[in-house]
Design a protein around this ligand. Sequence first.
Ligand SMILES: *Cc1c(COP(=O)(O)O)cnc(C)c1O
Length: 402
Amino acid sequence: MEEKILKEKILRESREMFDRIEEVSLKNTEKILRVFRDARVSDAHFRTTSGYAYDDLGRDKLDEVFAEIFGAESALVRTQFASGTHALATVLFGILRPNDELVSITGSPYDTMQTVIKSLEEFSISYRELPMKNSRVDLEKIPEVISNRTRMVLIQRSKGYSSRESLSVEEIGRICAEVHRIKPDCICFVDNCYGEFVETREPSEVGADIVAGSLIKNPGGGLAPTGGYIVGRKDLVELASYRLTAPGIGREVGASLYDNRILFQGLFLAPHVVSQALKGSIFAAGIFSELGYRVFPEFKDPRFDIIQAIDLETPEKLRAFCRGIQKFSPVDSFATPEAWEMPGYEDRIIMAAGTFVQGASIELSADAPMREPFRVYLQGGLTFEHAMLGILGAVEEISKVS
Ligand SMILES: *Cc1c(COP(=O)(O)O)cnc(C)c1O
């Protein structure tokens, strides 16, 4: 099929899905406006501070609006988090104590988290996993993996680099209810990366005790220059803040070296940006399944994160796909992606990322571990127009090698 006809066919068939995505974006934007209004966000909150930054108005206001938007008691939103992994690790190290046990209820965690979790051993914190069953959480087996030492359960919302399905917020609610039924004081910790604003509720609104993620993914709206966030129960966020800075100091220090405006504005834009990225993922699924590739989720499947996986079958096609995305990037469009040993990952990783913010995967980007079945994970796109052009660029590059 000619490219233009294919594109129009997929767009036509996507219309209803796009309508639903726009509805979610509208609801989340309404929520953010209401929270900003109630919190009286104003330009006094946009100033930068230096030194200890005691009483940093902008920083404290940003924590307040994040907590409210995520339906949580407390939030810690900081550019001092170097990455999502750093925010997630801060929760683990801030809360877990010797002889505690951590249980991952969503099978094997995200690549970088495996290294973090392994290092918990050095503090005599034990760890076990409940494998997913038919790519879903094995609810019936939860009682078997929770002991009286189980202090925390890790729930990963997005599939990351695996073939399982991503969790809906509703399912996360069911899991938290089951865990709390078995052990009421067990902490349900959600890795929320790539899931924010895909639905109208967040895990902290359905029973998660603490939730963390990256600001250079969904909730930064493409504007946040770096950082991460933690939201959840007040006592738990406090413990995490002691690990980020120091016990007794916690959230009280940490200068807004960057313009706080960018974090507020990014949060404000986030629901729309997420909607653009979601449309891009649907478009990619439609085009590539039409071309005969296996795609996850499938074109018309419900979506619970912004990631689209595509099995490209050969290393040549995988490299070609990444070249196409790179060529249609606003930054470094002249570069040729090569696989490299990324810190924290097991296999070599190839990435296409011509992003304004280095490594920001809310911007159109593709990553893939160099292993069978050469599955690429595509995500992001600040505008749907860009996502579409990048995906068509990838199709064109692949057609040259096959
Ligand atoms: C991105 C991601 C992380 C954290 O990765 P960073 O690159 O450190 O921000 C953790 N878990 C999942 C599921 C992710 O997608």
